[in-house]
Design a protein around this ligand. Structure first.
Ligand code: GLY
Length: 350
Protein backbone atom coordinates (compact mmCIF):
# COMPACT_ATOMS: atom_id res chain seq x y z
CA UNK A 1 0.00 0.00 0.00
CA UNK A 2 1.54 3.32 -1.04
CA UNK A 3 1.16 5.81 1.78
CA UNK A 4 1.34 9.49 0.78
CA UNK A 5 3.73 11.86 2.45
CA UNK A 6 1.79 14.54 4.25
CA UNK A 7 2.66 18.09 3.32
CA UNK A 8 2.46 20.88 5.86
CA UNK A 9 2.02 23.74 3.44
CA UNK A 10 3.99 26.97 3.35
CA UNK A 11 1.96 28.29 0.44
CA UNK A 12 -1.30 26.42 0.66
CA UNK A 13 -3.05 27.44 -2.57
CA UNK A 14 -0.05 26.92 -4.83
CA UNK A 15 0.67 23.51 -3.23
CA UNK A 16 -2.98 22.56 -3.64
CA UNK A 17 -2.83 23.62 -7.30
CA UNK A 18 0.29 21.48 -7.80
CA UNK A 19 -1.23 18.42 -6.14
CA UNK A 20 -4.47 18.67 -8.13
CA UNK A 21 -2.42 19.28 -11.30
CA UNK A 22 -0.67 15.92 -10.84
CA UNK A 23 -3.97 14.03 -11.12
CA UNK A 24 -5.40 15.75 -14.22
CA UNK A 25 -8.86 14.83 -12.87
CA UNK A 26 -11.98 14.92 -15.03
CA UNK A 27 -14.25 16.19 -12.27
CA UNK A 28 -13.49 17.27 -8.73
CA UNK A 29 -15.83 16.71 -5.78
CA UNK A 30 -15.08 18.60 -2.58
CA UNK A 31 -16.63 17.05 0.54
CA UNK A 32 -17.30 19.41 3.46
CA UNK A 33 -19.46 19.50 6.56
CA UNK A 34 -21.62 22.46 7.54
CA UNK A 35 -18.76 23.94 9.59
CA UNK A 36 -15.90 23.57 7.10
CA UNK A 37 -18.19 24.75 4.32
CA UNK A 38 -18.44 28.06 6.14
CA UNK A 39 -14.99 28.40 7.69
CA UNK A 40 -12.59 26.69 5.28
CA UNK A 41 -14.17 26.19 1.85
CA UNK A 42 -13.86 29.87 0.76
CA UNK A 43 -10.07 29.67 1.24
CA UNK A 44 -9.79 26.38 -0.68
CA UNK A 45 -11.91 27.69 -3.55
CA UNK A 46 -9.21 30.30 -4.21
CA UNK A 47 -7.48 27.51 -6.12
CA UNK A 48 -8.13 28.08 -9.82
CA UNK A 49 -7.99 24.31 -10.31
CA UNK A 50 -11.27 24.18 -8.41
CA UNK A 51 -13.24 26.40 -10.78
CA UNK A 52 -16.43 24.52 -11.57
CA UNK A 53 -15.85 21.82 -8.92
CA UNK A 54 -18.75 20.09 -7.21
CA UNK A 55 -19.32 20.64 -3.47
CA UNK A 56 -20.96 17.94 -1.36
CA UNK A 57 -22.09 19.03 2.10
CA UNK A 58 -23.04 16.67 4.92
CA UNK A 59 -24.07 17.50 8.51
CA UNK A 60 -21.17 17.92 10.94
CA UNK A 61 -20.44 15.82 14.04
CA UNK A 62 -19.29 12.25 14.59
CA UNK A 63 -22.92 11.14 14.98
CA UNK A 64 -23.30 11.85 11.26
CA UNK A 65 -20.38 9.64 10.25
CA UNK A 66 -22.91 7.00 9.30
CA UNK A 67 -24.34 5.01 6.41
CA UNK A 68 -26.97 7.70 5.68
CA UNK A 69 -24.25 10.31 5.06
CA UNK A 70 -22.27 7.80 2.98
CA UNK A 71 -25.39 7.26 0.84
CA UNK A 72 -25.71 11.05 0.36
CA UNK A 73 -22.12 11.11 -0.97
CA UNK A 74 -22.44 8.04 -3.21
CA UNK A 75 -25.76 9.32 -4.59
CA UNK A 76 -24.27 12.72 -5.39
CA UNK A 77 -21.25 11.14 -7.10
CA UNK A 78 -23.45 8.82 -9.10
CA UNK A 79 -25.97 11.48 -10.18
CA UNK A 80 -23.19 13.89 -11.08
CA UNK A 81 -21.23 11.52 -13.27
CA UNK A 82 -18.20 10.82 -11.12
CA UNK A 83 -15.97 8.14 -12.59
CA UNK A 84 -12.56 6.56 -12.07
CA UNK A 85 -10.89 9.74 -13.41
CA UNK A 86 -12.60 11.90 -10.80
CA UNK A 87 -10.91 13.23 -7.70
CA UNK A 88 -12.48 13.72 -4.29
CA UNK A 89 -11.11 16.28 -1.85
CA UNK A 90 -12.07 15.77 1.80
CA UNK A 91 -11.98 19.11 3.59
CA UNK A 92 -12.49 18.74 7.31
CA UNK A 93 -11.54 16.99 10.52
CA UNK A 94 -11.41 13.26 11.18
CA UNK A 95 -15.13 12.79 10.61
CA UNK A 96 -14.89 14.13 7.04
CA UNK A 97 -11.61 12.41 6.13
CA UNK A 98 -12.85 9.06 7.52
CA UNK A 99 -16.21 9.04 5.73
CA UNK A 100 -14.90 10.80 2.61
CA UNK A 101 -12.05 8.30 2.29
CA UNK A 102 -14.52 5.46 2.76
CA UNK A 103 -17.03 6.79 0.21
CA UNK A 104 -14.29 7.50 -2.36
CA UNK A 105 -12.49 4.20 -2.00
CA UNK A 106 -15.69 2.17 -2.39
CA UNK A 107 -17.35 4.20 -5.21
CA UNK A 108 -16.91 2.32 -8.50
CA UNK A 109 -14.32 0.21 -6.62
CA UNK A 110 -12.32 3.29 -5.76
CA UNK A 111 -11.61 6.80 -6.94
CA UNK A 112 -8.61 8.80 -5.81
CA UNK A 113 -8.97 11.20 -2.95
CA UNK A 114 -6.91 13.74 -1.08
CA UNK A 115 -7.36 14.90 2.51
CA UNK A 116 -7.07 18.49 3.66
CA UNK A 117 -7.24 18.32 7.43
CA UNK A 118 -8.73 21.39 9.08
CA UNK A 119 -8.35 20.26 12.71
CA UNK A 120 -5.25 19.56 14.76
CA UNK A 121 -6.63 16.17 15.83
CA UNK A 122 -7.34 15.18 12.24
CA UNK A 123 -3.96 16.43 11.01
CA UNK A 124 -1.94 14.33 13.44
CA UNK A 125 -4.17 11.27 13.33
CA UNK A 126 -7.12 10.51 11.02
CA UNK A 127 -5.90 12.24 7.84
CA UNK A 128 -2.87 9.97 7.51
CA UNK A 129 -2.49 6.22 7.69
CA UNK A 130 -5.22 5.01 5.35
CA UNK A 131 -7.89 4.05 7.88
CA UNK A 132 -11.32 5.03 6.54
CA UNK A 133 -14.75 4.19 7.84
CA UNK A 134 -18.14 4.96 9.32
CA UNK A 135 -19.89 4.16 12.59
CA UNK A 136 -22.54 1.43 12.44
CA UNK A 137 -25.09 0.06 14.95
CA UNK A 138 -23.63 2.20 17.72
CA UNK A 139 -20.07 0.97 17.11
CA UNK A 140 -17.35 3.39 16.09
CA UNK A 141 -15.61 2.75 12.75
CA UNK A 142 -17.38 -0.61 12.49
CA UNK A 143 -17.45 -0.53 8.67
CA UNK A 144 -14.45 0.64 6.68
CA UNK A 145 -11.44 -0.16 4.58
CA UNK A 146 -7.73 0.56 4.61
CA UNK A 147 -7.29 2.88 1.63
CA UNK A 148 -4.69 5.65 1.84
CA UNK A 149 -5.30 9.12 0.47
CA UNK A 150 -3.27 10.00 -2.61
CA UNK A 151 -2.08 13.15 -0.85
CA UNK A 152 -2.57 14.84 2.51
CA UNK A 153 -2.28 18.61 2.92
CA UNK A 154 -2.19 20.54 6.17
CA UNK A 155 -2.81 24.29 6.25
CA UNK A 156 -1.92 25.38 9.79
CA UNK A 157 -3.92 28.61 9.43
CA UNK A 158 -7.11 26.52 9.57
CA UNK A 159 -6.21 25.71 13.20
CA UNK A 160 -6.99 29.36 14.00
CA UNK A 161 -10.66 28.39 13.59
CA UNK A 162 -10.34 25.98 16.56
CA UNK A 163 -11.11 26.80 20.19
CA UNK A 164 -8.70 25.95 23.04
CA UNK A 165 -10.45 22.69 23.84
CA UNK A 166 -10.09 21.41 20.28
CA UNK A 167 -6.42 22.41 20.22
CA UNK A 168 -5.86 20.48 23.47
CA UNK A 169 -7.80 17.53 22.11
CA UNK A 170 -5.51 17.32 19.06
CA UNK A 171 -2.45 17.90 21.22
CA UNK A 172 -3.18 14.63 23.07
CA UNK A 173 -2.31 12.59 19.97
CA UNK A 174 0.90 14.61 19.62
CA UNK A 175 1.75 13.69 23.23
CA UNK A 176 1.09 10.02 22.42
CA UNK A 177 3.39 10.11 19.40
CA UNK A 178 6.14 11.73 21.49
CA UNK A 179 5.85 9.08 24.21
CA UNK A 180 6.19 6.21 21.75
CA UNK A 181 9.03 7.94 19.94
CA UNK A 182 11.86 9.44 21.98
CA UNK A 183 13.07 11.42 24.99
CA UNK A 184 13.85 14.28 22.62
CA UNK A 185 10.27 14.54 21.38
CA UNK A 186 8.94 14.14 24.94
CA UNK A 187 11.02 17.13 26.08
CA UNK A 188 9.70 19.16 23.15
CA UNK A 189 6.20 18.44 24.47
CA UNK A 190 7.09 19.38 28.02
CA UNK A 191 8.53 22.72 26.92
CA UNK A 192 5.52 23.67 24.76
CA UNK A 193 3.31 26.32 26.38
CA UNK A 194 -0.32 25.27 26.00
CA UNK A 195 -1.46 28.46 27.75
CA UNK A 196 -0.08 30.60 24.97
CA UNK A 197 -0.06 28.72 21.66
CA UNK A 198 2.76 29.65 19.32
CA UNK A 199 1.60 28.49 15.87
CA UNK A 200 5.15 28.21 14.50
CA UNK A 201 6.23 25.93 17.37
CA UNK A 202 3.01 23.97 17.07
CA UNK A 203 3.67 23.52 13.36
CA UNK A 204 7.06 21.93 14.15
CA UNK A 205 5.46 19.55 16.68
CA UNK A 206 2.78 18.64 14.12
CA UNK A 207 5.45 17.91 11.53
CA UNK A 208 7.41 15.65 13.91
CA UNK A 209 4.23 13.98 15.05
CA UNK A 210 3.06 13.14 11.53
CA UNK A 211 6.55 11.82 10.69
CA UNK A 212 6.40 9.51 13.70
CA UNK A 213 3.00 8.18 12.66
CA UNK A 214 4.00 7.77 9.01
CA UNK A 215 7.18 5.86 9.93
CA UNK A 216 5.12 3.41 11.97
CA UNK A 217 2.33 3.03 9.40
CA UNK A 218 4.89 2.40 6.63
CA UNK A 219 6.22 -0.58 8.59
CA UNK A 220 2.79 -2.06 9.32
CA UNK A 221 -0.08 -0.48 7.32
CA UNK A 222 -2.68 -3.09 8.35
CA UNK A 223 -1.98 -2.98 12.10
CA UNK A 224 -0.89 -6.54 12.61
CA UNK A 225 2.17 -5.55 14.62
CA UNK A 226 3.99 -2.31 15.43
CA UNK A 227 1.12 -0.03 14.32
CA UNK A 228 -0.51 -1.15 17.58
CA UNK A 229 1.93 1.31 19.22
CA UNK A 230 -0.47 4.02 18.03
CA UNK A 231 -3.10 2.55 20.37
CA UNK A 232 -1.21 3.74 23.45
CA UNK A 233 -3.68 5.45 25.79
CA UNK A 234 -6.67 4.32 23.75
CA UNK A 235 -7.79 1.22 25.70
CA UNK A 236 -8.56 3.20 28.85
CA UNK A 237 -9.18 6.27 26.66
CA UNK A 238 -12.02 4.74 24.65
CA UNK A 239 -13.64 3.53 27.88
CA UNK A 240 -13.52 7.07 29.33
CA UNK A 241 -14.90 8.48 26.08
CA UNK A 242 -17.78 5.99 25.81
CA UNK A 243 -18.57 6.32 29.51
CA UNK A 244 -18.69 10.12 29.22
CA UNK A 245 -21.40 9.71 26.56
CA UNK A 246 -23.24 7.11 28.65
CA UNK A 247 -23.47 9.42 31.66
CA UNK A 248 -24.28 12.36 29.36
CA UNK A 249 -21.17 14.34 30.17
CA UNK A 250 -19.49 14.02 26.75
CA UNK A 251 -15.79 14.79 26.46
CA UNK A 252 -13.63 15.39 23.39
CA UNK A 253 -11.63 12.41 22.11
CA UNK A 254 -8.25 13.91 23.00
CA UNK A 255 -9.23 14.53 26.62
CA UNK A 256 -10.19 10.87 26.99
CA UNK A 257 -6.89 9.89 25.33
CA UNK A 258 -4.88 12.02 27.80
CA UNK A 259 -6.62 10.34 30.74
CA UNK A 260 -6.06 6.99 29.03
CA UNK A 261 -2.36 7.78 28.61
CA UNK A 262 -2.08 8.53 32.32
CA UNK A 263 -3.70 5.21 33.29
CA UNK A 264 -1.65 3.24 30.77
CA UNK A 265 1.63 4.79 31.85
CA UNK A 266 0.71 3.89 35.41
CA UNK A 267 0.08 0.32 34.21
CA UNK A 268 3.45 0.50 32.40
CA UNK A 269 5.06 1.61 35.67
CA UNK A 270 3.48 -1.35 37.52
CA UNK A 271 4.32 -3.97 34.92
CA UNK A 272 7.48 -2.68 33.23
CA UNK A 273 8.95 -0.25 35.71
CA UNK A 274 8.27 2.71 33.40
CA UNK A 275 10.11 5.71 34.99
CA UNK A 276 8.02 7.26 37.77
CA UNK A 277 9.47 10.67 37.06
CA UNK A 278 8.01 10.72 33.51
CA UNK A 279 4.69 9.38 34.81
CA UNK A 280 4.54 12.30 37.24
CA UNK A 281 5.42 14.78 34.47
CA UNK A 282 2.49 13.46 32.43
CA UNK A 283 0.25 13.67 35.50
CA UNK A 284 1.17 17.33 35.91
CA UNK A 285 0.51 18.07 32.21
CA UNK A 286 -2.90 16.37 32.37
CA UNK A 287 -3.99 18.11 35.59
CA UNK A 288 -2.78 21.52 34.42
CA UNK A 289 -4.32 21.50 30.93
CA UNK A 290 -7.05 18.87 30.77
CA UNK A 291 -8.41 18.58 34.31
CA UNK A 292 -9.48 15.16 35.53
CA UNK A 293 -12.52 13.06 34.72
CA UNK A 294 -14.24 12.61 38.09
CA UNK A 295 -14.62 8.89 38.83
CA UNK A 296 -14.96 6.88 42.02
CA UNK A 297 -15.19 3.16 42.72
CA UNK A 298 -18.88 3.08 41.77
CA UNK A 299 -17.79 3.76 38.16
CA UNK A 300 -15.05 1.10 37.91
CA UNK A 301 -17.22 -1.86 36.87
CA UNK A 302 -18.89 0.10 34.05
CA UNK A 303 -15.53 1.37 32.78
CA UNK A 304 -14.07 -2.14 32.96
CA UNK A 305 -17.07 -3.54 31.09
CA UNK A 306 -16.55 -0.98 28.30
CA UNK A 307 -12.90 -2.04 28.06
CA UNK A 308 -13.90 -5.67 27.52
CA UNK A 309 -15.76 -4.58 24.34
CA UNK A 310 -12.78 -2.76 22.81
CA UNK A 311 -12.25 -3.89 19.20
CA UNK A 312 -8.49 -4.14 19.80
CA UNK A 313 -9.00 -7.05 22.20
CA UNK A 314 -7.78 -10.50 21.20
CA UNK A 315 -8.73 -13.94 22.59
CA UNK A 316 -11.16 -12.38 25.09
CA UNK A 317 -8.33 -10.50 26.83
CA UNK A 318 -8.15 -6.72 27.02
CA UNK A 319 -5.24 -5.66 24.81
CA UNK A 320 -2.87 -2.84 25.80
CA UNK A 321 0.10 -1.12 24.28
CA UNK A 322 2.48 -0.19 27.12
CA UNK A 323 5.93 1.35 27.46
CA UNK A 324 8.92 0.18 29.47
CA UNK A 325 10.54 3.58 28.89
CA UNK A 326 9.87 6.58 26.65
CA UNK A 327 10.15 5.17 23.11
CA UNK A 328 10.36 1.53 24.24
CA UNK A 329 7.10 -0.04 23.10
CA UNK A 330 5.49 -3.23 24.46
CA UNK A 331 2.55 -4.28 22.25
CA UNK A 332 -0.02 -7.04 22.94
CA UNK A 333 0.00 -6.71 26.72
CA UNK A 334 -2.79 -7.84 29.02
CA UNK A 335 -3.60 -6.97 32.63
CA UNK A 336 -5.59 -8.59 35.41
CA UNK A 337 -8.83 -7.15 36.66
CA UNK A 338 -7.00 -6.12 39.89
CA UNK A 339 -4.26 -4.31 37.96
CA UNK A 340 -6.85 -2.40 35.92
CA UNK A 341 -8.75 -1.41 39.05
CA UNK A 342 -5.47 -0.26 40.61
CA UNK A 343 -5.04 2.08 37.63
CA UNK A 344 -8.53 3.47 38.26
CA UNK A 345 -7.53 4.02 41.93
CA UNK A 346 -4.40 5.88 40.83
CA UNK A 347 -6.41 7.99 38.39
CA UNK A 348 -9.21 8.75 40.88
CA UNK A 349 -6.60 9.85 43.42
CA UNK A 350 -4.77 12.23 41.03
N1 GLY B 1 -5.34 6.12 15.00
C1 GLY B 1 -4.35 5.13 15.07
C2 GLY B 1 -4.00 4.58 13.73
O1 GLY B 1 -4.19 5.21 12.72
O2 GLY B 1 -3.52 3.47 13.68
Amino acid sequence: MNQPVTSICNNFISELDNVIGEFIPKNIYVLVDEVTQQLCLPEVLKSEKLNGCHVITIPSGDENKNIESAVVIWKYLSENKANRKSLMINLGGGMITDIGGFAASTFKRGIQYINISTTLLGAVDAATGGKTGINFMGLKNEIGVFAPASAVLIHVDFFKTLDDKNIRSGFAEIVKHALIDSHEEWSNILSFDLHKINLEKLRKLVENSINIKERIVDQDPFESNIRKALNLGHTFGHAFESYSYKIQKPVLHGYAVMWGLLCELYLSYMKFNFPKDDLMKLRYLVKEHYGMFAIDCSDYESLYELMTHDKKNENDAINFTLLSDIGVIQINQTATNEEIFECFDFFAGC
